[in-house]
Design a protein around this ligand. Structure first.
Ligand code: FAD
Length: 413
């Protein structure tokens, strides 16, 4: 059995995407579909190598749903090499550690020290940030690199040979290559998969996502320790966990509350989410219950996962990001994998010396990325299993294996 959590941390060393952007010998005209975190990061990686990139986004206005997101070191390393540091600097927080806490008491059962270990081991910091700030930093960087972003442009069809796209308004556009980063409900996935039905299913888990006003937390002496220094705290228990950290320069407290729910998301009524959420975590650490009471609004979000697909490429159309490898957020790696996808694609394409070699570059990209993203999908499922043991022999064995690395932090909270 893999040891926890270092088995997962090894994934932060990505063998393919370690180099600076390499100028392409054959600059291409590339269409990216979707201006989410994955599409924009990919557009940046491709434009940094000298390709001409146009992004088509269905939304009328660019943006991101949800509050906080973690940017693990494998992602920050690439983003830094793609010139994102000045765009992100103002908005990122570098947490000191991740404390794993027992659900009922909040006692620390495991500690992952991020500072200085992650910079030392993986060559880059581990950040948390507000999603909106991450997205707008990527957008600005893309524009500064000359990427064209077209909103209100829903893609309804693909021609893999052209290759070209058809927009909802009937217009068409063609390019040398089409990269679809169109998310979990991807239209392009059916195209590359030959119309097959890939399994992108709900996982039996859902998450409440919320933020809490830090002023309310500061007022309570039993809770104010949570704000003393930037850190991630995660309470783990039977089938559930709660991840917390501050974002927005300490102004906002971000929470993700994962719990079992295998009902059909289309039947969900968000009306009772606050009371449902409180009920799900009744009897947990009383301090956690107090923070949950401070949540004024929340959204329940289905957690989706896929299995590794056999193909991401068909002709000159390919998929990446959540379209190709949606995963449980339990490794905080969904967007990070999309950032790696983009960097890896740019690197594969930079090796070709004439356009006839595009298919070969895409085959190499596909092979490497299916394997790595598949490992991360599996690691995310595994983390869920490890975190969600009910009290008993397995939980005791896990807790014994997770012994805090150091007791130098204020664990008495
Ligand atoms: P999306 O964000 O879904 O973007 C797809 C874009 O394509 C959208 O803008 C959409 O409007 C557009 N689009 C779709 N169809 C079309 C069309 N036909 N034509 C034109 N445009 C189209 N990841 C991390 O790395 N770290 C974390 O800490 C983390 N935490 C998470 C917590 C939760 C609760 C969840 C649910 C996920 C988390 N993730 C995390 C995962 C991360 O949010 C996703 O992996 C990432 O946002 C996927 O980006 P994407 O660009 O591939 O897809």
């Amino acid at each position: 059995a893999p040891t926890y959590p270092s088995n997962c941390l090894e994934f932060l060393n990505d063998p393919l995407a370690v180099e600076k952007a390499i100028p392409a010998k054959v600059p291409l005209n590339i269409i990216v579909v979707g201006a989410g975190l994955g599409g924009l990061a990919t557009a940046i990686a491709l434009a940094s190598s000298g390709h001409t990139v146009t992004v088509y986004e269905q939304a009328q206005k660019l943006g991101e749903v949800g509050a906080g997101i973690q940017i693990p070191s494998n992602s920050t390393r690439l983003l830094s090499r793609l010139g994102l540091d000045p765009y992100l600097k103002e908005y990122v927080t570098e947490p000191e550690s991740i404390s794993f806490r027992r659900w009922q008491s909040g006692d620390v059962i495991g500690l992952t020290r991020l500072i200085p270990n992650f910079r030392e081991k993986f060559g880059a910091p581990y950040y948390v940030i507000h999603r909106a700030n991450f997205h707008s930093a990527l957008h600005k960087r893309a524009l500064d690199l000359g990427v064209t972003v077209k909103v209100a442009s829903r893609v309804v069809g693909y021609d893999i040979e052209g290759p070209s796209i058809v927009l909802a308004n009937g217009e068409t556009a063609s390019a040398d290559l089409i990269v679809a980063a169109d998310g979990v409900k991807s239209v392009a996935r059916g195209t590359v998969d030959g119309g097959g039905k890939p399994s992108f299913d709900k996982t039996g888990f859902a998450a409440y996502r919320a933020t809490v006003n830090v002023e309310r937390i500061k007022e309570d002496p039993e809770l104010s320790w949570l704000l003393e220094k930037p850190a991630l705290n995660i309470w783990i228990g039977d089938q559930r966990h709660v991840m917390t950290y501050t974002i927005g320069a300490g102004k906002s407290f971000n929470m993700v509350l994962s719990h079992p729910d295998d009902s059909d998301p289309s039947t969900w009524d968000q009306k009772n989410t606050l009371s449902d959420m409180r009920r799900e975590f009744q009897g947990w650490d009383s301090r956690l219950e107090k923070i949950i009471v401070l949540i004024e609004k929340t959204i329940k979000w289905p957690l989706i996962s896929g299995v590794p697909l056999p193909r991401w490429v068909n002709g000159k159309v390919l998929i990446l990001g959540d379209a190709a490898h949606a995963m449980l957020p339990y490794m905080s790696q969904g967007a990070a994998m999309a950032v790696e996808d983009g960097a890896a694609l740019a690197r594969s394409l930079s090796k070709i010396t004439n356009a006839a070699d595009i298919p070969r570059a895409l085959r190499i990209f596909e092979q490497v990325r299916i394997e790595r993203a598949g490992m991360m999908q599996e690691a995310s499922l595994l983390n869920g299993k490890l975190w969600h043991f009910a009290d008993g022999p397995l939980q005791e064995a896990r807790d014994a294996a997770m012994k805090p690395e150091t007791m130098g932090l204020p664990f008495s909270h």
